[in-house]
Design a protein around this ligand. Structure first.
Ligand SMILES: Cc1cc2nc3c(=O)[nH]c(=O)nc-3n(C[C@H](O)[C@H](O)[C@H](O)COP(=O)(O)OP(=O)(O)OC[C@H]3O[C@@H](n4cnc5c(N)ncnc54)[C@H](O)[C@@H]3O)c2cc1C
Length: 510
C-alpha cells in the first residue's frame, strides 16, 4: 500500500518511519531542500545558528518520550547538554536581600527551593506549594503515551493510572494560573516581580513553566549538541535506511481527491503522484484551505480562522550574530529589562529582550568565537508577512532599523562586541512562514492559553474525506518536538489499525 506524506518535518518523518516499519511504501514530498521543518539550524560563514531544540523532552531514559525518540534514532549517540540554570531573569524594580537584580531559575528543584526560601523566607509556604506539584509530576510518566501494550498489561496500567489522581489534584489546582497571576501568591516584591517577568503578558499557563521544571531537574530535557539540523538529519537517516523516499524541492500544491477519497498529490510542474493514502504533515491552514480547497471543514476550524477560539503561538524575530569573542563566562540564556520600552516596527512594545549565548556547544562556532541569538516574540506576525509580500523595501528597512537597535542593546549587554560581529542573520515571522509554511510564522502551532485542556479542532482526520490523515504540531496546543513525534507515531498506528495491520516497532537500523 502506497502512502504520500506532505512535509519532512519531525512529524512527517516520524509517521514515515513507523509506516515503513509496518510494511507500507511511503514517499515524502518536501518543499524545502532539507529535512526538519522548524527543527532547524543553518550555517552562515563560520557559524551555525540554531532555531529550535533549546530543550527536548525525553532526552534521558526514564521518560516515555525517550523510548519513542530511541525508536527513531540512537539516543545514546547524541550528547545532550543540561543547564544548571534554565534562565536568568533581570528585574527592573526590585533587588533581593543581597542587592542582586537577577532571578536565577535553577533547574535543580532542591536548589531552586532553597534559593527562593533564602531570599523570601516570608513566602516559604507559597514556595513549597510552587515546588510541590512539580515534584508530584516527576513521579509520573508524563504524558503516559506508550499505549500499544497487550490487553492485560493495559489493564494493569489502568490500575496504576489511578495513582495519577494525585497529579490530577495538583493539576486542577494550578491549571488556571499564568505566571502573572501566580506571582500574586508571593509577598516578597523581588519574587513577585521575578514571576511576573518569566514570560511576557498574562498569556502563558503555569504548566508551561512547571512541566519543563519537572524534567529539567531529572536531566531529561537537554539540548542536543550539534544543534537541531544534526538532530533532524538523524531522523531522516533512519527513514531512508528503512527504504523511505524523500522528494526534496517538491512543494505540494493540491491534495488530489475523487468522490471524497484522497488519492494523491499534485506537485510543482503539475505532476501528479497517486497513492492509496495521503498524510499531510504540513501546516494546517495550507492543508485545509489551500490543498483541499476548504471542502472538508468543521465550524470549529472556520472559527480558528476568525481567531475566535485558539490563539496562534507566538512567532519570533530572531537576530543571529556570529561574534568573534569568547563569551564562555556569559549566562547562556537571559531575559534582560530594557531601560526604555522598545517599539518594534510591527508595533509590539517590548520591555525586555532575550539573549541566547551558545557557549555550551563548541560545534556552532570556531574556538574563541560565539553564536548568539536575540529573540523577540510577536503576535503581530502579519506586519512582517504582508510587508515581505507587498512592500519588500519597507520589509528590508524595518528589519535593518530593528537590527541596529538590537546591536546597540547587545553591545551594552555583552560589552564591546559591535566591531566583533562577523555575521548577522535575521529571521522574521515571514522567514519562518516562507521556509516551513507554518501559518503566521507560528513557532509551535497553537498557544496553550489559559484553558489548558483546550483541544485543537484539527485532528488526525477531516470530515467527509477518506484515506486522508493529518499529523503535526497543530494537532495539539503547545506543539513542540514531543507533539511532533507523538502525532507522527499515533497517526501511523491509526493507519495500521484502520488497515488491519498489527502495529510493530522494528529495532533501529542505525
Ligand atoms: C524558534 C523556535 C524554538 C523552538 N524551541 C523548541 C524547543 O526548545 N523544544 C521543542 O520541543 N520545540 C521547539 N520548537 C518547536 C518545534 O520546532 C516544532 O513544534 C516542531 O518542529 C514542529 O514539527 P512538525 O513536523 O509538526 O511541523 P514543521 O516542522 O512545520 O514541518 C512541516 C514540514 O512541511 C513542509 N511543508 C509545508 N508546506 C508544504 C508543501 N506545500 N509541500 C511540501 N512540504 C511542505 C515544511 O517545509 C516542513 O518541512 C521551537 C520552534 C522554533 C521556531
Amino acid at each position: 500500500m502506497k502512502i504520500n506524506i506532505i512535509g519532512s518535518g519531525v512529524s512527517g518523518m516520524t509517521a514515515g518511519i513507523y509506516l515503513q516499519m509496518n510494511g507500507f511504501e511511503t514517499h515524502i514530498f518536501e518543499k524545502h531542500s532539507i529535512p526538519g521543518g522548524l527543527c532547524t539550524s543553518w550555517k552562515k560563514g563560520e557559524y551555525i545558528f540554531d532555531s529550535c531544540a533549546h530543550w527536548i523532552l525525553g532526552s534521558d531514559s526514564g521518560s516515555s518520550f525517550y523510548k519513542i525518540w530511541n525508536e527513531i534514532l540512537d539516543m545514546k549517540k547524541i550528547k545532550f547538554h543540561n543547564h544548571d540554570i534554565r534562565m536568568e531573569v533581570g528585574l527592573k524594580n526590585n533587588t533581593n536581600k543581597y542587592g542582586d537584580k537577577t532571578f536565577y531559575l535553577y533547574t535543580n528543584l532542591s536548589k531552586l527551593e532553597e534559593y527562593m526560601i533564602d531570599i523570601a523566607p516570608e513566602d516559604t509556604k507559597a514556595i513549597k506549594e510552587f515546588i510541590k506539584p512539580i515534584r508530584v509530576m516527576q513521579k509520573f510518566d508524563l504524558p503516559p503515551i506508550l499505549d500499544d501494550l497487550p490487553l492485560f498489561k493495559s489493564i494493569l496500567r489502568g490500575i496504576k493510572m489511578t495513582r495519577y489522581l494525585e497529579f490530577l489534584y495538583w493539576f486542577l489546582k494550578i491549571k488556571n494560573y499564568t505566571n502573572f497571576t501566580y506571582s500574586k501568591k508571593f509577598k516578597n516584591p523581588f519574587l513577585k516581580e521575578s514571576f511576573e517577568l518569566l514570560y511576557d503578558g498574562d498569556e502563558v499557563n503555569m504548566m508551561v513553566l512547571t512541566l519543563p521544571l519537572s524534567v529539567f531537574d531529572k536531566k531529561s530535557a537537554g539540548y542536543p549538541i550539534g544543534g537541531s539540523m544534526e538532530f533532524a538529519k538523524k531522523i531522516e537517516q533512519t527513514y531512508l535506511n528503512l527504504g523511505g523516499t524523500i522528494h526534496y524541492n517538491t512543494p505540494v500544491k493540491k491534495i488530489l481527491t475523487e468522490n471524497g477519497i484522497a488519492n494523491g498529490v499534485l506537485v510543482r510542474n503539475n505532476i501528479q503522484h497517486f497513492s492509496d493514502i495521503t498524510i499531510s504533515a504540513a501546516d494546517w491552514n495550507f492543508t485545509v484551505f489551500d490543498a483541499l480547497d476548504g471542502k472538508y471543514v468543521t465550524n470549529e476550524m472556520l472559527d480558528l480562522k476568525n481567531k475566535k477560539s485558539l490563539k496562534v503561538f507566538y512567532s519570533v524575530m530572531q537576530f543571529c550574530f556570529g561574534i568573534a569573542k569568547d563569551l564562555s563566562d556569559v549566562p547562556h540564556f537571559s531575559r534582560i529589562p530594557l531601560k526604555e520600552p522598545l517599539i518594534s516596527p510591527d508595533g509590539t512594545e517590548y520591555n525586555r529582550f532575550e539573549v541566547h549565548v551558545y557557549n555550551y556547544d563548541s560545534s556552532l562556532a570556531p574556538e574563541g568565537k560565539t553564536a548568539v541569538t536575540v529573540s523577540f516574540y510577536t503576535t503581530n506576525q502579519d506586519f512582517w508577512i504582508d510587508a515581505r509580500k507587498d512592500d519588500r523595501p519597507k520589509y528590508r528597512t524595518a528589519k535593518t532599523e530593528f537590527t541596529i537597535k538590537v546591536i546597540d542593546l547587545l553591545d551594552e549587554r555583552l560589552g564591546d562586541i559591535k566591531d566583533k560581529i562577523e555575521v548577522i542573520d535575521v529571521a522574521t515571522p515571514a522567514t519562518f512562514q516562507r521556509y516551513t509554511g507554518n501559518w503566521k510564522g507560528s513557532t509551535q502551532g497553537w498557544l496553550p492559553g489559559k484553558n489548558l485542556l483546550a483541544k485543537s479542532p484539527v485532528g488526525f482526520k477531516l470530515p467527509g474525506i477518506k484515506n486522508f490523515y493529518y499529523s503535526s504540531h497543530w494537532n495539539q496546543p503547545g506543539g513542540g518536538l514531543p507533539i511532533a513525534i507523538k502525532t507522527g507515531r499515533d497517526v501511523a498506528k491509526l493507519i495500521c489499525k484502520e488497515h488491519n495491520v498489527k502495529f510493530k516497532v522494528l529495532p533501529r537500523t542505525i
